[in-house]
Design a protein around this ligand. Structure first.
Ligand SMILES: Cc1cc2nc3c(=O)[nH]c(=O)nc-3n(C[C@H](O)[C@H](O)[C@H](O)COP(=O)(O)OP(=O)(O)OC[C@H]3O[C@@H](n4cnc5c(N)ncnc54)[C@H](O)[C@@H]3O)c2cc1C
Length: 381
């Protein structure tokens, strides 16, 4: 089905993102996987291509666009190639942007944004803790005021870009008596005494993305690194989770679309019993059904992209998009592995990697149960 969400400016940026993937990622992907890292040079190149600072004001070196469709189109190209690429870029350049652009004061903007737009300052966001991620309001990391500083203690886990980040946005409890209303956000910088990182976590998929545990032991964070308003951190996070979830939905459907397309081509070439496997009715019907599901889902996601670009996307609609795309993606990738037969189980095939990489999309950025909880609450239940 023809899509109408993007205009020629968005499509022009799509070509820049596609060329970036083709020239700087695709040829080196095997190496990134072997090294368990996407090197900084790749992100510096993305910065040169203008792919990192889309939401950063022009005066700080970004594109300064107030149209989320530009982020969406880049997401489609990066996540359409791999979940790891889409998520590392997504955390740094999309999810963290509203915090670093929208919640920072002038001094912080001048300090962080120019390098954020080039990739010299790489970022992560630390909400989840070993004790739990779904119930964010229960987080245990603390920040206690001491003169002009805060003393941070606690730990975070599963943090994307956590190993390589120069700046981590950390959620910490600043008023234990106030529950969700006693949480604040801090910019914790690499090299601060007491801030350390654990090993790179050994994941089922996405070996090339760096996912880490972070530890804070009496880290002295200056009040100048408080991001947003003291004790409003939870409200800030809730406000921005809709962008995280629509971003995740865009990733999910982009990868499903890309792998489905590749699989359809494969089933035209691969023969069994003297005929292309795609022509067997079972496989043809399966591919027809998945194509219909993907296209119908894409139509909903496109509506959500447009709504978000107009600052009208509700948290519940973002949750619906995230929930359904993760589920359809899982269904598509599982069927595609099956259609590739034994090759579908070989790591050298994109379809196999995508299947492993994408399992987490039903867990991260709010699990599917939490999405259902949000949607259910909206039904008055
Ligand atoms: C690869 C990866 C990258 C990640 N990147 C980041 C990152 O960059 N920053 C960050 O802060 N976090 C990140 N996360 C963490 C992720 O967001 C959490 O894993 C997720 O929110 C779930 O939290 P949890 O793992 O603590 O599970 P839990 O909260 O312990 O949940 C366990 C199970 O219980 C279910 N459950 C919980 N509450 C309910 C309920 N009320 N009703 C029904 N079921 C419920 C959940 O759905 C889940 O199935 C990442 C995770 C992974 C795996």
């Amino acid at each position: 089905m023809e899509r109408h969400v993007y205009n020629e400016d968005h499509e022009a940026l799509r070509l820049v993102a596609r060329e970036f993937v083709d020239r700087h990622v695709r040829p080196n992907e095997e190496q990134f996987i072997a090294d368990k890292a996407i090197p900084r040079e790749v992100w510096l190149e993305a910065g040169k291509q203008g792919l990192l600072g889309l939401q950063v004001p022009e005066e700080f070196g970004g594109a300064g666009v107030d149209d989320w469709r530009f982020s969406a189109v880049v997401t489609e190209e990066l996540a359409g190639f791999s979940v790891a690429l889409g998520s590392c870029w997504g955390i740094n350049s999309d999810i963290n942007a509203p915090y670093l652009v929208g919640l920072t004061n002038d001094e912080q903007k001048a300090r962080w944004l120019p390098k954020y737009a080039t990739g010299e300052l790489w970022t992560a966001i630390g909400m989840t803790e070993p004790g739990g991620g779904s119930d964010l309001a229960a987080l245990k990391t603390t920040a206690v005021r001491d003169g002009d500083d805060w003393i941070l203690n606690g730990s975070k886990t599963f943090i994307t870009n956590g190993y390589s980040a120069d700046l981590v946005i950390v959620a910490a409890r600043t008023d234990p008596s106030k529950g969700a209303k006693g949480i604040s956000l801090f910019g914790v910088e690499a090299g601060m005494a007491g801030f350390s990182r654990g090993r790179k976590l050994d994941k089922v998929g996405q070996p090339e993305s760096d996912t880490a545990e972070l530890f804070f032991e009496n880290v002295r964070v200056p009040n100048a690194n408080l991001i947003g308003t003291e004790n409003l951190g939870f409200i800030h996070m809730m406000k921005h989770l809709a962008q995280e979830r629509i971003g995740s939905a865009v990733c999910n459907i982009a990868l499903a679309t890309s792998i489905l397309k590749e699989t359809i081509e494969y089933t035209k070439e691969r023969k069994a019993f003297g005929a292309p496997i795609g022509t067997f009715q079972h496989n043809k019907f399966k591919l027809a059904e998945l194509t219909a599901k993907v296209e119908v889902t894409q139509a909903f996601v496109d509506q959500a992209i447009t709504a978000h670009a107009e600052h009208k996307l509700s948290a519940v609609d973002a949750a619906k998009a995230k929930l359904i795309t993760a589920s359809i993606q899982g269904e598509v990738l599982d069927a595609c592995v099956q259609l590739f037969g034994g090759y579908g189980y070989m790591n050298e095939y994109r379809v196999a990697r995508a299947w492993k990489d994408a399992r987490v999309t039903r867990i991260w950025a709010g699990s599917e149960e939490i999405m259902k909880e949000l949607i259910g609450r909206d039904l008055g239940l």
